[in-house]
Ligand binder design. Structure first.
Ligand SMILES: Cc1cc2nc3c(=O)[nH]c(=O)nc-3n(C[C@H](O)[C@H](O)[C@H](O)COP(=O)(O)O)c2cc1C
Length: 363
């Protein structure tokens, strides 16, 4: 069995090790969604990862409601990403762009329109806007013509990502955002072709994946799912009936790799409710034969064991990569890991603080 530090291919991406940087929204882009120069420094510091998954990146204004998060739908955004991808490549790293439509988890003051979802619903809690924190607003149901526009926007965003120099894309189908709200029966009450049966609830994921694969080739495409538990108010009553078929479908559609963010009763991830719903990765591994990346709450020991025991092909780290830019070096040498500071997770006003100023073990 391989170790966490052995190379692996994610489709066309030849990764030097199996330590993946999980997607992390850090909100250091401009209000126009254009990446800023400090983002190139931040990702370069972390280019020791076999693969970097970028922070979630909006495919359209409608789909991007997180303040100071980047986008990939305008010419300026594409140009803004180029120094990031070039800098990562110059260090021998690989980076894919996580394609994001936030669905109901936006605020109209940022997107300019009412949030959209499979069905009308309101997420619990609130969201940061440029005018302070506001409660979530009720979403409206997308019609079929609008869904087709969004499917094409994913494909165009994928083409844009390749133009910006990314090695591929990851379709964000996790964490309560648009695609996830279609997948789960807690937020999808539709009675047309996009709701009701499992096949219908998988339809948006199928169409988005098909269009992205057609646009840039399956060897450049990964998908992220969060099969179990409740995140940001989104839950399914029988996740195994949705997510195991979803993984099988993704295998058939020819994507190169799949990442699962799996929750547990001991979850320490801020957006999660700890859950008793079992992890589905053992079942998903049986139906998805290409590289499987597992995520959430992995310690160094657990990550090494999961890969060497064949439970996963790679492990992605989120919070550990925020505070340990040299994570691979630390894991390989059993060095202590630094803790992150939640107060500096997000915020263009913070600049380098909590972003590019975490020391390496040798600095
Ligand atoms: C500050 C922060 C930002 C995050 N942003 C994203 C994101 O943009 N896209 C995404 O899919 N997950 C996002 N996540 C979830 C992480 O990718 C990851 O699933 C989570 O942190 C659990 O992994 P960990 O235990 O290794 O931190 C974010 C998490 C944190 C802490």
């Amino acid at each position: 069995m391989p170790t966490l530090f052995d190379p692996i291919s994610f489709g066309s991406i030849h990764a030097k090790n199996r330590v993946v940087m999980a997607p992390l929204t850090r909100a250091r882009a401009g209000q126009d969604g254009v990446p800023t120069p400090i983002m190139a420094e931040y990702y370069t510091q972390r280019s020791n990862a076999g693969l970097i998954i970028s922070e979630a990146t909006g495919i359209s204004r409608q789909g991007l409601g997180w303040i100071n998060a980047p986008g990939i739908w305008t010419k300026e955004q594409i140009e803004g990403w180029k120094p990031v991808t070039q800098a990562v490549h110059a260090q021998g790293g690989k980076i894919v762009c996580q394609l994001w439509h936030m669905g109901r988890l936006v605020h109209s003051s940022v997107t300019g329109e009412q949030p959209v979802a499979p069905s009308p619903s309101t997420a619990p809690g609130g969201i940061h806007t440029y005018d302070g924190k506001k409660p979530y607003e009720e979403s409206r149901a997308l019609n079929v013509e609008e869904i087709q526009v969004i499917v094409e926007q994913y494909a165009q965003a994928a083409r844009n990502a390749m133009e910006a120099g990314f090695d591929g894309v990851q379709i964000h189908a996790a964490n309560g955002y648009l695609i996830d709200t279609f997948l789960r029966d807690g937020t999808n009450y539709r009675s047309d072709d996009y709701g009701g049966t499992v096949e219908n609830r998988l339809r948006l994921l199928r169409e988005v994946t098909e269009s992205v694969v057609k646009a840039i080739g399956g060897e450049h495409v990964g998908v992220r799912l969060s099969p179990n538990g409740e995140v940001q108010g989104v839950i399914d009553s029988k996740p195994e009936t949705v997510f195991v078929p979803a993984a099988k479908m993704l295998q058939e559609l020819g994507i190169a790799w799949l990442e699962l963010r799996e929750s547990s009763p001991e979850s320490t991830f801020a957006f999660d409710k700890p859950t008793e719903q079992p992890k589905l990765s053992p079942e998903i591994r049986k139906v998805f034969q290409r590289p499987l990346v597992l995520n959430q709450d992995y310690t160094a020991e657990e990550a090494k064991a999961a890969v060497s025991e064949g439970k996963a092909d790679a492990i992605s780290f989120g919070r550990r990569y925020i505070s340990n830019p040299d994570l691979v070096h630390r894991l390989e040498n059993d060095l202590p890991l630094q803790d992150d500071d939640m107060g500096t997770w997000y915020g263009a006003h913070l600049g380098a603080k909590g972003y590019t100023d975490y020391p390496t073990a040798t600095s």
